[in-house]
Write a protein that binds this ligand. Structure first.
Ligand code: 8OZ
Length: 370
């Protein structure tokens, strides 16, 4: 079957993101699925789940906590213990054997957590002791997040060291690189924004100060595993998890400029608009953002084939990330290539549970898909 139009072939053409060579420009966005087993080890089902999706040019594996305080939802996996590293190694080996590429998203939720998910006696940490107007998923279902405490200035070096060792662990687990999660109202995003960061030290106040944690984390990760294996995800105007800033355009332009100064980063990955929602919730000049960065640029949020092709052919992006479409379409690349219909996922099996709604979405018949 022929491609629907010639320019769409760009979507299926190879590219490089730093040190990572991609067979095509369809990226699987990170998707939280809450199926980790004892010890916050990825479920063995994740081996099949990710391998079924290995025809993506790049898989960005689900948000994975860098340390125990970085967890904010039930049954999300970590990358800070030997058991977690070996659990992930089985996933990356299988994806590589299937010809895929896979990076791990490094996550610290900050104030988007609940005491029941944290070590005994701990409360969530945040830039400032301001509770988010948000809920999280615990053993008791959806609950309000717990009140956080402000991280001490003396705790920040250890936090950065934890990102660094998580990145090392990801490489030891066979990942091709990492994506630092600086989006969606989690810890690094909480430091970026004046709605959640009221600090008066070197990590709060001016834009220069609020972008410091992001820059120091990404620099430490790049020093550890190489800039060409280090990507970053941002969401300049998302309202997710009570993320708020009085003036996001200059904030995120400065953040991206500072990331550009860390020469040779693998990519920046931008969620345009509200995560998983409207793309036009708040006006934002994404072209001005991209102009601050000289490396590869991934766009995300609500893209279809036509939008993706347009973004690539006008040079607005080097690759396009698809999240929700990958849940029920393991062979999304083939379906896009052949303009095949997309299956819809079942909301009831999104978070938690086993194989149902996880590894049992079929690929199209090989004969039909070609
Ligand atoms: C959905 C449910 C829980 C977490 C994100 C890691 O928004 C997430 C997430 C999404 O980035």
């Amino acid at each position: 079957m022929a491609d629907s139009n010639a320019s769409a072939t760009l979507l299926f053409s190879p590219t490089r993101l730093g040190d990572i060579a991609l067979a095509n420009r369809v990226v699987m966005a990170p998707l939280t699925r809450d199926r980790a087993i004892e010890g916050r080890v990825p479920t063995p089902l994740a081996i099949d789940y990710y391998t079924q999706r290995a025809s993506a040019g790049l898989i960005i594996a689900e948000a994975t906590q860098i340390n125990p305080l970085g967890q904010g939802y039930l049954d999300t996996p970590g990358i800070y213990s030997a058991g977690q590293i070996s659990g992930w190694k089985a996933v990356t080996d299988a994806v590589h054997a299937a010809g895929g590429k896979i990076v791990l998203q490094l996550w610290h939720v900050g104030r988007i957590s609940h005491v029941s998910l944290l070590p005994e006696g701990e409360v969530p940490v945040a830039p400032s002791a301001i509770r988010a107007n948000s809920k999280t998923f615990t053993a008791n279902g959806m609950e309000d997040v717990s009140a956080p405490r402000a991280l001490g200035l003396d705790e920040i070096p250890q936090l950065i060291a934890d990102y660094r060792s998580a990145a090392r662990n990801a490489i030891d687990a066979g990942f091709d690189g990492v994506e630092v999660h600086a989006a969606n109202g989690y810890l690094i995003d909480q430091f970026l924004r004046d709605g959640s960061n009221h600090r008066t030290d070197a990590y709060g106040g001016s834009i220069e100060h609020r972008t410091r944690l992001l820059t120091e984390v990404v620099q430490a990760v790049a020093d550890e595993i190489g800039a060409g294996r280090t990507g970053v995800r941002l969401s300049p105007v998302t309202p997710a998890n009570d993320a708020r800033d009085s003036d996001p355009q200059p904030l995120f332009e400065r953040a991206v400029k500072r990331l550009d100064d860390i020469v040779g980063l693998a990519f920046i990955h931008v969620i345009e608009g509200a995560t998983g929602g409207p793309r036009d919730n708040i006006a934002f000049d994404y072209a001005a953002l991209r102009a601050k960065f000289h490396g590869p640029w991934i766009v995300n949020n609500g893209y279809d084939k036509a939008m993706a092709t347009a973004a690539l052919s006008t040079g607005q992006a080097d690759a396009v990330a698809f999240g929700r479409p990958f849940i029920a379409n393991p062979d999304l690349v083939a379906r896009l290539r052949h303009d095949a219909p997309l299956a819809q996922f079942d909301q009831n099996t999104l978070y938690g549970g086993g194989a149902r709604g996880y590894t049992d979405y079929p690929a199209l018949d090989a004969h039909t898909a070609g």
